[in-house]
Design a protein around this ligand. Structure first.
Ligand SMILES: [Fe+2]
Length: 339
């Protein structure tokens, strides 16, 4: 068997988005018993599902596990001592607390979240199948930091996680919220309704196409002048209030960003994304298992993923903690055992 190749793909230069020649999965809509949350999701481009994990488990298991993960690097960060909340005391991250190295995606608590039965069930209902595959995307353990330690002084960074060259709904992502998340706290900001206008925007702005701005890889960074087009069509910024244990799903085309905490509250969230296994090629299955074995973090799309940057950087440590113990459902979603 040929060796599986897993290069750093942060400078992906393909001619088309990965898998652009294959169809996109369709939502399991139109059924008589279609849940209200699925209707809300289609209308708004996102939906919050309450109490998907119990508040108690979020606060008493997931939150301390995130703190253990940060403190375990022994760089100086102490969960209860704000004088230690400084970038020099934390593992390397971006946007004030977004982790995409150090096998974050494969920490035990992250895998426990990915395999929470209620989370899996949401994606089963979304796609209408139990045969799903899961992403190895990252998460936020955002501690209030001096603003000059955060990209752009913690300014908004509105983006979509699909390419202009993949305008149809191709991926639905989600996050498990772990700490109380009110208006002044850090957290997900979404431009309500923008996912439904994503395709039309690029159709109507072909004259602005440029290789620097219109990325081939799944991602698009918006500026305010562009977003005005969405505001003029009724889209509004929303910061969904979330309690510990709530799970938010959003269309990867939706304009969004992770707001940095403005006050002294931390923001912890685990990103989780499932898609039907039927949309993965055999080569992707091999790459996925290899990425798992190496402890790599990947982009949101569980099928058409890219390996995140710096997985083999000299400063990175893959599996800084014990390898995760994963239940049968999770092992199937990786492809380690068949459905
Ligand atoms: Fe994103």
């Amino acid at each position: 068997m040929p060796q599986v190749v897993l290069p750093d793909q942060s400078n992906y230069k393909g001619a088309k988005p990965v898998g652009a020649e294959r169809p996109s999965p369709q939502l399991a809509t139109g059924k008589e018993d279609e849940p209200q949350w699925l209707k809300d999701f289609q209308r708004d481009g996102y939906v919050v599902n309450k109490d998907v994990v119990s508040r108690e488990k979020a606060l008493n298991y997931y939150a301390p596990a995130g703190e253990d993960w940060l403190e375990g690097f022994k760089l100086g960060y102490k969960r209860d001592d704000p004088s230690t909340w400084d970038v020099k005391n934390l593992p390397r991250h971006i946007f004030g607390g977004l982790y995409g190295q150090y096998s974050f995606s494969h920490a035990q608590f992250v895998w426990d979240a990915k395999t929470e039965p209620n989370i899996v069930e949401l994606f089963e209902k979304l796609w209408g199948t139990k045969e799903l595959t899961v992403s190895f995307d990252g998460g936020s353990l955002a501690v209030p930091l001096p603003l000059d330690q955060v990209e752009g002084h913690a300014a908004p960074w509105p983006h979509s996680d699909q390419s202009a060259y993949r305008p149809q709904r191709h991926c639905v992502q989600g996050l498990l919220n772990i700490l109380p998340n009110g208006p002044e706290d850090g957290g997900l900001m979404v431009l309500k309704g923008s996912a439904l206008l994503f395709e039309r925007y690029f159709q109507e702005h072909k004259h602005l196409e440029s290789p620097d701005k219109w990325l081939i890889r799944d991602g698009y960074f918006w500026d305010e002048a562009e977003l005005k087009w969405f505001y003029d069509r009724g889209c509004e910024w929303v910061k969904p209030a979330m309690d510990p244990g709530d799970f938010v799903l959003w269309d990867s085309r939706q304009v969004h960003y992770g707001a940095f905490p403005k006050k002294q509250n931390k923001r912890f969230a685990i990103y989780i994304c499932y898609k039907p296994m039927a949309f993965m090629t055999e080569e992707q299955k091999e790459r996925k298992i290899e990425a798992f074995n190496r402890g790599y973090c990947t982009t949101h799309d569980p099928c058409d993923f890219l390996v995140k940057s710096n997985q083999e950087a000299e400063w990175n440590v893959n599996f800084p903690y014990a390898k995760p113990v994963i239940n049968e459902q999770g092992q199937k979603a990786i492809g380690l055992i068949p459905y």
